[in-house]
Design a protein around this ligand. Structure first.
Ligand code: UDP
Ligand code: MG
Length: 340
């Protein structure tokens, strides 16, 4: 590590063994990466800890990876992990966390929507003994009304139907203590809904409030279709409620059709007005048919996920890994054999 960047060892509060890793997932972020690195390292240099910044290039198609390699050449606290293709935000976070060697690991978006200036407050809480410090958004500036509204509904909904409490208005901006990180990396599932998984861990978790800034530059990688998929992952990985909905709807439909059968029989046996009811027949066939398809569809979603899990493929593959130089605790990541 160059002296220019190295933390002032004699400053008060300096604890020798403390290393903080900052994980930054990047996908087509060429427009912001320089600014991000500048702001991030400025903030970290103020802290009395050693740090490394791990940029994970998630198969970008633009100049992101080259810019990251430049940063790596200039700044020896930078690790660059380039994934073999685009695996998505959640897997990129996992990959970075896997390679992190810090006593605490901070995950932050590359687009400066999560202000790096919040990290010192996270570190402060961590020092007080909190295992997971998560960023809680006060405001969603620069995000459309639709995104805000849909996110709100989504979090209310998922908390209602799942057994794990996922804090409202939190994203993936968080600090995790080493023991939470280890536990997180023990979770082998492929459908990674990281914020749910971290909630599931338990330990001591506390929020730090911040205002979410608009994207610094570039475009969101979560268009509507991606958001729907992300929400589905969240719901299906953390709740079996949809399966129950299917069951209850089935019971309800069967109950209603019982009434219908009794009614039809009564007409047939005790009156003379038993005109063949094609309309009713058609409606019930359609209704039940629809219901069965819905139920099958929901079951299929879960079966598909079971299928995905049983393949036991590695979560991600590494194209290239450029390590931070002069790393005191350099060792291969725990799951490298399995995942890397
Ligand atoms: N990202 C990624 N892989 C993807 C999509 C996004 O690593 O497939 C990164 C992206 O570079 C950013 C973070 O994940 O650092 C959040 O993405 P984005 O800002 O597009 O999401 P939003 O803030 O709009 O929810
Ligand atoms: Mg963003």
């Amino acid at each position: 590590m160059s002296k220019k960047y190295r933390k002032r060892k004699n400053s008060p509060g300096y604890v020798k063994s403390e290393i903080v890793s900052v994980v930054v997932p990047c996908y087509n972020e060429e427009k912001v990466i320089e600014t991000t690195h500048k702001r991030l390292s400025d903030v970290m240099e103020e802290e009395t800890v050693d740090f490394e910044i791990i940029y994970v290039d998630d198969g970008s198609h633009d100049q992101t990876l080259n810019l990251l390699y430049d940063l790596h050449d200039r700044d020896d606290r930078v690790q660059v992990i380039s994934l073999s293709r685009n695996y998505g935000h959640q897997v990129a976070i996992t990959a970075g966390t896997d390679y992190a060697r810090g006593d605490a690991v901070v995950v932050i978006d590359a687009d400066l929507q999560d202000p790096p200036e919040v990290i010192p407050r996270m570190i402060e809480k961590w020092r007080e003994g909190v295992d997971v410090v998560y960023g809680k958004r006060k405001q969603r500036e620069g995000e459309g009304a639709f995104k805000r509204w849909s996110a709100k509904i989504f979090y209310r909904f998922i908390n209602r139907i799942s057994s794990v409490e996922i804090p409202l208005d939190t994203g993936d901006f968080r600090l995790m203590d080493r023991r939470a990180v280890e536990a997180f990396l023990e979770m082998p599932e492929r459908d990674r809904f990281v914020r749910g998984m971290v909630s599931w861990l338990g330990f001591e978790q506390e929020p730090v409030e911040y205002e979410r800034a608009p994207r610094h530059a570039g475009e969101t990688k979560y268009p509507l279709s991606e958001m729907v998929e992300f929400a589905t992952d969240g719901i299906l990985s953390f709740s079996t409620a949809p399966l129950k909905i299917a069951t209850w709807a089935g019971f309800l439909a069967s109950g209603l059709s019982m009434l219908g059968i009794i009614y039809a029989l009564a007409l047939r046996l005790f009156t003379s007005i038993w005109v063949p009811g094609w309309t009713a027949l058609f409606i019930s066939i359609l209704f039940l048919g629809g219901l069965q398809l819905i139920s099958l569809g929901i079951i299929g979603e879960y079966v598909g996920r079971i299928y995905g899990e049983t393949k036991r493929r590695p979560l991600y593959l590494i194209q290239e890994h450029r390590e931070a130089e002069d790393d005191p605790s350099a060792e291969e990541p725990k799951n490298a054999g399995m995942r890397g």
